[in-house]
Design a protein around this ligand. Structure first.
Ligand code: PLP
Length: 402
């Protein structure tokens, strides 16, 4: 018999979304024929846009000829695409060869966890996207289990709540090797200001930590005063890695395309550039993003593609405004939904899973219980703006039953 990886047994409760689906199925078994509206999972719903589709088709056609066919490409991505991405999305503040194209931000986060190994300590925003903690636990980042806090001692939860404007109290945080930070945030929809990110970068510099900045929702920022990338902040190039994705701005959730920026200046304690190890990880564990997806990505970065991206983002942001308005009208305190496609609604004194069940039973709407994102998510539920407009129009009528 083969021994089970002990880290797998250290994962707490089942992954959040399978559990939501289980409860949804259970509800449907008891109430057959009911139409449930899902505002729970952050999955995109609207079709790929025409210019992007043209880019994808073009590459499929090229690959179907003897002259045009190519097999494996560079593991780091097509070099013109890397340069185009650095220029178009970063305005040249990062270089093309610091951009590594991949099959998505989640996969890059897992590979970063492999690269950093089990010896590091980590900090996460609480609440946060579950992959930061679960992926780290799988990679062996645990230490001993502290019963009194129900937490592993190598994982620090940085509380983000209404009282601190969803930005951690860094003056009272212990040092960790890595700091996962996501802005615009999933699940809270909070977006860190320039001053807040400056504090984060200064904190990492002081502690010689590395920030893993998740910018998967950066294209949802419309307020020009808010930073779209950590590299807009002075000093970030020495302390930060950024992961990002075409999933949410261009609907590539199923196509799969993302990237990670590792700046030249970022070094390990012994002086080794982090970029060298990341290159080693990518060339060893990854065989390059799909060439078809990359041509779709290149089309998305051309002027027509960028205009389509803008209108796709606006569509989802109108959904966010609809749901936020309805929740605010019910007297609920909400965060997000302005520069982020998530609305984080507070139900003081209630358990998130109880609120989830109540909304499912009274309104036949699936949300995501905040507690699934970390202890500070208790008392909140997340509404996602990803869905068809007609479902949002129907959802706000149903919410009157709440
Ligand atoms: N990062 C955050 C914060 C997310 O919410 C998601 C998906 O929901 C991802 C990363 C995953 O991105 P990708 O589809 O590129 O793997």
């Amino acid at each position: 018999m083969v021994k089970r990886n002990p880290n797998m047994a250290k994962l707490t409760a089942g992954y959040l979304f399978p559990e939501i689906n289980r409860r949804k199925r259970e509800y449907l078994q008891k109430n057959p024929g009911v139409k449930i509206i899902s505002l729970g999972i952050g999955n995109t719903t609207e079709p790929l846009t025409p210019h992007v589709v043209e880019g994808l088709h073009h590459e499929v056609d090229r690959l179907s000829t003897r002259e045009g066919y190519s097999g494996y490409g560079d593991e780091q991505g097509i070099s013109d695409f890397r340069a185009q991405l650095a220029a178009k999305l970063y305005g040249g503040i990062v270089k093309g060869d610091e951009v590594f194209i991949s099959d998505g931000a989640k996969c890059d986060i897992a590979r970063l966890q492999t690269m950093f190994g089990s010896e590091v300590s980590i900090a996460v925003q609480d609440p946060s996207y579950p992959v930061y903690v679960d992926g780290s636990v799988i990679a062996g980042v645990t230490g001993s289990y502290d019963q009194s806090r129900s937490q592993f001692d190598k994982i620090v939860y940085m509380k983000c709540c209404l009282e601190n404007d969803f930005f951690p109290d860094l003056d009272n945080q212990p040092r960790t090797d890595l700091i996962y930070f996501c802005s615009p945030n999933n699940p809270t929809g909070a977006v860190a200001s320039r001053e807040q990110l400056k504090k984060l970068v200064d904190f990492a510099r002081k502690n010689r930590s590395i920030i893993i900045f998740d910018a998967a929702y950066s294209e949802y920022i419309s307020d020009k005063s808010l930073p779209k990338t950590i590299f807009e902040i002075d000093g970030a190039r020495e302390v930060a890695i950024e992961v990002s994705s075409f999933s949410k701005p261009s609907g590539f959730t199923g196509v799969r395309l993302g990237w990670t920026v590792v700046p030249d200046q970022l070094k390990f304690e012994d002086g080794t550039p982090v970029r060298n190890d990341w290159n080693r990880i990518m060339t060893t564990l990854f065989n390059g993003a799909s060439n078809i997806a990359q041509y779709g990505g290149m089309a998305a970065l051309e002027d027509e593609g960028l205009a389509e991206m803008k209108s796709l983002v606006s569509y989802y942001m109108e959904n966010a405004a609809i749901i936020k308005k309805a929740l605010d009208a019910r007297g609920l305190v909400t965060c997000g939904g302005i520069n982020a496609p998530y609305v984080w609604a507070h139900f003081p004194g209630r358990k998130s899973w109880d609120v989830f069940s109540e909304i499912l039973e009274k309104c036949q709407i699936v949300t995501t219980p905040g507690s699934g994102f970390g202890p500070a998510g208790e008392g909140f539920v997340r509404f996602s703006a990803f869905g068809h407009r007609e479902d949002f129009v129907e959802a706000i009528k149903r919410l009157e039953a709440l």
